[in-house]
Design a protein around this ligand. Structure first.
Ligand SMILES: [Zn+2]
Length: 81
């Protein structure tokens, strides 16, 4: 189990940041042309998120994992709390 920020002292100054321990942001997803998929706990439906359209209201630093808290399922209509 990795804790965010726990590796701060393990990297020499100026070393590339290890993305595997930090939450991906909307900016990261766009820069790397990554597809972001959000799944619904209620019906199991998953949908690809239009990251570009989310950057405008949420900003490039918005963590991708937090998209789920804003997403609404298009199949069953359940909004995640
Ligand atoms: Zn659903």
């Amino acid at each position: 189990m990795a804790a965010y920020g726990s590796d701060r002292d393990a990297h020499p100054a100026g070393a590339p940041r290890d993305d595997t321990l930090a939450p991906m942001t909307l900016g990261n997803a766009v820069d790397n042309f990554l597809e972001v998929i959000v799944g619904c706990d209620s019906c199991g439906h998953s949908v690809a998120v239009d990251v570009t359209s989310l950057i405008e209201p949420l900003g490039r630093d918005f963590p991708v994992p937090d998209i789920e808290t804003h997403a609404r399922c298009g199949t069953c209509g359940v909004k995640k709390a």
